[in-house]
Design a protein around this ligand. Structure first.
Ligand SMILES: Nc1ncnc2c1ncn2[C@@H]1O[C@H](COP(=O)(O)OP(=O)(O)OP(=O)(O)O)[C@@H](O)[C@H]1O
Length: 474
């Protein structure tokens, strides 16, 4: 059936001049036209079946009116089209959310798959170096699926065999510009499959006012802002330690105060305490009453307060030993959150060596032994260089707000975070646009999440402090 045309036998080729390239014709198998046509028709049918399976709404919108017009004429087609439209238009106008969930995002995904991703896929893959040309064949990563949410396109990709996540993470800028997005984030969906996130708009561009005081007593996860996908940002604080790094004016204060605000009912009922270390004498002094006496500003006071926390922690550990392995906050054994504003003032910039050693030792003890017995540390930091805070790695969860240099991103969030899309050095320095915006990397997930903390104004802090100054409030 297949006709084989002999090529040159390589063993018979003799080159007399060593510098001349040897040219020979490889054997060619000529396939009959019928087989080629059958293969193309097979591919077309499989492609159509896949299209209908993946985009039923989009296919129905285009095909049903066309088929009806062809079979019964344009008048009937107009009526057939008008009936669903008379339902869909009011639905879209009056209940946009459910319309988008069922129809809108699917149509947009179909459109963007065809118009943006499929159209540019081959070129972007080739130019960015993610496609390969081996032995005369092109190997291009497979574009599997596009989904749209209110703010981003989620593109599922099958990597080439042998590719690693870092191959993609290294090229996020090529991908973002190639597909007309401002940024791109790479996460692993499963072995060999990636999920690329291309934001279409920035849901965090508008400042968020302070979240209302919670009505229930809880030590976490605490709602302190919003995530990029529109969900509330709930930060785990009990059972971990959190480091917040950001340049001056990045909005570190909004994270510290949003956490304290969300803990107010727990502090009020006595199942939580917040201890404040305020070496800059600026950030926390405003709401001193909330700390109920556990407030320190000078390095000596800070060292004393930290050592007091360590001794309380050790007593509690001795009490729990052999009895319970997990801390449950109670009035007797409350959750104690130690909030440190600008921790480098107490460590790297501290001239008094003895004080520095006392503070470092206490912080290291609290961060290594505290979480199981109900002690947490929430520390803010401006300069994340290694020599500034040697105990950085003792904080399981990290948040990077706006940073000055790209290298600082991985210093805060850990290796590879920037390559995965945590562009903390690109956050706007205009407070309305970028203050409180950051990337969070949790101990449990390598993928950074973009978030924005709610802004707790001075008036909000004063109101919170007033609750603790006046008896019988709440
Ligand atoms: N979450 C936020 N949303 C909107 N604006 C904010 C937010 N947080 C802070 N801002 C604005 O940015 C300004 C600087 O914030 P803030 O003082 O908290 O930054 P910081 O990182 O603590 O700076 P520094 O290290 O200099 O104390 C504030 O005065 C406020 O106007």
């Amino acid at each position: 059936m297949f006709k084989r045309l002999p090529g040159d036998e390589t063993r018979n080729l003799v080159s007399t001049t060593p510098d001349t390239a040897v040219v020979f014709r490889p054997a060619v198998v000529r396939t009959p036209a019928a087989v080629t046509i059958a293969i193309f028709i097979g591919r077309l049918l499989v492609g159509l079946a896949r299209l209908i399976w993946r985009h039923p709404v989009a296919v129905a919108v285009f095909t049903i009116p066309s088929v009806v017009a062809w079979q019964y004429g344009w008048r009937i087609a107009l009526i057939v089209t008008w009936v669903p439209l008379s339902v869909l238009i009011p639905w879209a106008l009056f209940n946009r959310e459910s319309f988008n969930a069922w129809i809108g995002w699917r149509l947009l995904a179909f459109w963007r798959l065809i118009w943006v991703y499929r159209r540019h896929w081959h070129a972007v893959m080739t130019v960015s170096g993610l496609a390969r040309h081996l032995q005369g064949r092109d190997y291009v990563p497979h574009l599997m699926r596009v989904r749209c949410t209110s703010w981003a396109d989620l593109v599922s990709v099958k990597m080439l065999t042998g590719q690693a996540v870092t191959d993609w993470a290294d090229r996020i800028e090529h991908l973002a510009h190639g597909f007309g997005a401002t940024s791109c984030r790479v996460s692993v969906a499963r072995a060999g499959r990636l999920l690329l996130t291309f934001p279409r708009r920035d849901p965090l561009a508008v400042p968020l006012p302070a979240i209302a005081l919670p009505t229930t007593v809880s030590v976490g996860p605490l709602e302190i802002g919003i995530c990029e996908d529109g969900r509330p940002w709930r930060l785990k604080i009990h059972g971990t330690h959190v480091l917040v790094a950001g340049a001056t004016g990045a909005g570190k204060g909004s994270i510290l105060w949003s956490v304290i605000r969300a803990l107010i009912p727990a502090i009020w009922t006595g199942v939580a305490q917040v201890w404040g270390l305020d070496p800059k004498l600026m950030e926390l002094s405003f709401g001193r009453a909330i700390f109920e006496g556990h407030y320190a500003a000078t390095p000596e006071e800070c060292a004393d307060l930290l050592e007091e926390a360590v001794s309380l922690m050790q007593k509690r550990a001795a009490k729990f030993a052999g009895v319970q392995r997990e801390h449950i906050p109670t009035v007797e054994d409350p959750f104690i959150l130690i909030v440190v504003d600008e921790v480098a003032f107490l460590t790297a910039y501290q001239n008094d060596r003895t004080l520095k050693q006392r503070i470092m030792a206490a912080l290291a003890t609290l961060t290594t032994q505290g979480r199981a017995v109900g002690f947490g540390v929430l520390a803010a930091l401006q300069d994340p260089r290694k020599d500034v805070l040697t105990i950085r790695n003792l904080f399981p969860d990290k948040i990077a707000l706006r940073l000055d240099e790209s290298e600082q991103v991985d210093m805060v969030l850990g290796d590879g975070a920037r390559d995965r899309g945590a562009l903390a050095d690109h956050i706007s320095s205009v407070p309305e646009e970028g203050a409180g915006v950051g990337y969070m990397r949790l101990e449990t997930s390598p993928d950074p999440i973009r978030v924005r903390a709610a802004y707790v104004s001075d008036a909000d802090i004063r109101d919170m402090a007033a609750l603790f100054e006046t008896e019988g409030a709440v």
